[in-house]
Design a protein around this ligand. Structure first.
Ligand code: 5GP
Ligand code: MN
Length: 342
């Protein structure tokens, strides 16, 4: 294995490219509630595979297994949306299926049974916690984003990297590196950004779509959430916790869709007095999705795994059927244990 091939072994790379080259139809799936890396890696590879220029001409279907199937508003600018089908139209027993940015089979939601029945299942990911649930694994925990693994695969397949493909891959790269601010920002991440920019993509337009626009209703909901933010300096073994929540009633009052509140955590996590930041977000069905962040001293991937979720050490999440107060009450002892470990 050479260093630039990442953690996947040469045998896996060979097997993956062989399977993709010989398949007529490829079924792609990313994790539920897709973010820029999940959807960007899936649509980027999907576009490259369907490119007539490469003579690739594969039949591609792409989806994600949310009960209510809708592309988050901030990801609708991504090229390749025509490849998407609802989970109900997804092949029941795919010949070759490829998953993106999903660390476990469960993260595929409604599409998990399809993955279980696929003849070959190629797992493309960068989570250190990946459970290797497929038949072939391109999993590189050193990659800043799943789109970094996909760029390598596109290269190995000899497929062209045009501006639309590059836009998808760049969206994943900037999402998962926090615009090259997070600790995972490696020389390789910047080198890849350079290759993608060379295709003529528009970084300012991508950044604006991802982070710098919202309907007015967002300000009202954000204001309500920030107004009740709670600081617990003694939490996490004295390292501090800040938390708040956004209920569906908050959103209904302003007519704000669920997918508009993803950025709330980025405001809450900036405060100096807390190592850990938590935002609970209630979806339209009344379930709570919990976003958590740490500054590095507390391993949130481990905390969230205890609660049935997962993610990265500094950015992880889980779902909760409990009330807001009860969810925080369950978190406190786990944070205390992790805070004193560090
Ligand atoms: P976010 O807070 O931005 O939704 O998610 C942060 C990180 O945690 C991402 O890597 C995301 O994939 C992961 N994550 C969020 N929720 C869950 C979950 O319920 N289960 C698992 N395994 N990972 C999650
Ligand atoms: Mn990712």
């Amino acid at each position: 294995m050479t260093t630039n091939e990442g953690a996947a072994g040469e045998a896996d790379w060979r097997r993956a490219t062989e399977l993709i080259r010989t398949a007529d139809t490829l079924a792609l799936a990313c994790h539920v509630s897709p973010d820029g890396d999940a959807l960007g890696s899936m649509l980027g590879l999907g576009l490259a595979l369907t490119s007539a220029a490469a003579g690739a001409g594969k039949n591609v279907v792409a989806s994600f297994g949310d009960r209510v199937f809708a592309v988050p508003r901030l990801l609708r600018f991504l090229p390749g949306q025509h490849l998407l089908v609802e989970p109900s139209a997804y092949p029941a027993e795919p010949d070759v299926m490829i998953t993106f940015d999903a660390s476990t089979m469960e993260r595929l939601g409604l599409l998990a049974p399809h993955a279980g029945k696929a003849r070959e299942l190629i797992v493309i990911d960068h989570h250190v916690s990946n459970t290797r649930f497929g038949t072939v694994h391109l999993v590189d925990p050193a990659a800043a984003s799943t789109t970094m693994v996909v760029e390598r695969l596109i290269h190995r397949l000899g497929l062209p990297l045009d501006r639309d493909v590059a836009t998808c891959l760049y969206a994943g790269l900037v999402t998962d590196t926090g615009s090259f601010r997070h600790s995972i920002t490696t020389p390789a991440a910047h080198a890849m950004a350079g290759r993608l920019l060379a295709t003529g993509l528009r970084p300012e337009e991508i950044a604006r779509e991802l982070w710098d626009r919202s309907p007015f209703a967002y300000l009202r909901v954000l204001g309500a959430a920030l107004g009740r933010a709670t600081l617990e300096p003694d939490a996490a073994g004295g390292l501090g916790l800040v938390w708040t929540y956004v209920s569906r009633a908050d959103r209904a009052a302003e007519g704000l869709p669920y997918d508009e509140v993803e950025g709330v955590i980025d405001v809450v996590r900036r405060i100096d007095e807390a190592e850990v930041a938590v935002v609970l977000k209630e979806d339209d069905e009344g379930g709570w999705n919990v976003s958590t962040r740490s500054k590095g001293a507390v391993d949130m991937a481990r905390v969230c795994a205890e609660l049935g979720g997962g993610g990265h050490p500094r950015a992880a999440g889980f779902s909760s059927a409990l009330s807001v107060e009860d969810t925080i009450a369950v978190l406190r002892p786990l944070l205390a244990a992790e805070g004193t470990r560090s």
